[in-house]
Design a protein around this ligand. Structure first.
Ligand SMILES: [Zn+2]
Length: 66
């Protein structure tokens, strides 16, 4: 798997969950990925809300998350 880093702050490596969220919430074919904090800023939500989203997606059985 290609090492992804955050497009905004450069944090790396991104977790599978961070990559999954970018794909789910921005674009399945996203070429830029965001860490949780930068994605929260970008979407104007809190990182806690994003973490809750990850749990929801996992409960749905989404394989983009671990
Ligand atoms: Zn970042």
């Amino acid at each position: 798997m290609v090492r992804r880093k955050c497009y905004v702050c450069g944090k790396e490596p991104l977790t599978k969950n961070e990559i999954g969220l970018t794909k789910k919430l921005i674009d399945q074919k996203a070429s830029h990925f965001y860490c949780i904090n930068c994605l929260a800023d970008y979407l104007e939500v809190s990182s806690d809300e994003l973490i809750a989203k990850i749990e929801e997606f996992k409960d749905e059985g989404c394989t983009l998350f671990q």
